[in-house]
Design a binder for this molecule. Sequence first.
Ligand code: NAD
Length: 282
Amino acid sequence: MTPVPEITLNDGARIPQLGFGVYKVAPDETAAAVRTALDVGYRHLDTAAMYHNEAGVGRGIREAGVDRADVFVTSKLDNGFHEPDAARRAFDDTLAAIGSDYVDLYLIHWPLPTRYGGDFVSTWRTLEEFAADGRARSIGVSNFHVPHLQRLAVETDTVPAVNQVEAHPYFTNASVRDYCKQNGIAFQAWSPLGRGTLLDDPVVQRVAAAAGRSPAQVVLRWHLQRGDVIFPKSVSRSRIAQNFAVFDFELGADDMAAIDGLDRGAAGRVGSNPDTFDVITR
Ligand code: NAD
């Protein structure tokens, strides 16, 4: 089995560069999807309280018979729980749902600059507690824009280990990515396939045909060669396996540049804008 490269985070922890995401995987299908991913070889799982499938992730690991210590598990704080006491309770619930006494990485899911009086700093300080007591091996953020990251840099002591934001060839999120690269924050690209929209793109299809690979494989390979962390989602075994088979070929500079050229800026987003996203469901 091809080993997945690891990235060293700013706290010294190591994360597999390719993982398996479970957004929109139904709670009762999650354990099976996770078992399949672990069987294929993935050792990095990305879930969130908001996905309602943390329990399935934990069950899938146990049912697969893989040591918990060999799997990198990320979860995220849901939007309704940013106040410190609520965040502490939510983190306890996440650990209980997964059935583990720690997560490898815990993130603030959204900055919610229009909620909680714009205070995501006290939320971040609460995550620092989870890192200090060892129950979150690493802590980071998700959907943070540059001003949000700058504010944490000024007001707190811990630089997030990662920032998980939307990024793919149609929306490279370049200014956020540049900030992360310059400040030692690992860049995690969510919706790496643009939720599938990139797979019909003529440039992607041309590069794929020339490489003898699928469109999904060349887009994932583009991310990996840029050095970013990704976790594509699928529930089909063949696609889960296909998305993992991306370490035995390389895109040349021309192909990388052709895919770089697909960037549409903010018009290329497939998800919400973190400056305005404010949904609280519970
Ligand atoms: P994605 O870009 O991974 O695309 C998933 C879609 O592509 C699905 O419809 C799937 O069926 C299809 N697909 C996957 N592999 C394929 C293949 N080989 N061939 C053809 N189609 C294929 O989108 P996503 O699920 O939104 O993002 C991936 C992960 O990122 C999520 O599961 C989640 O873990 C994370 N995420 C995080 C946030 C956040 O706010 N932090 C937001 C969205 C997603």
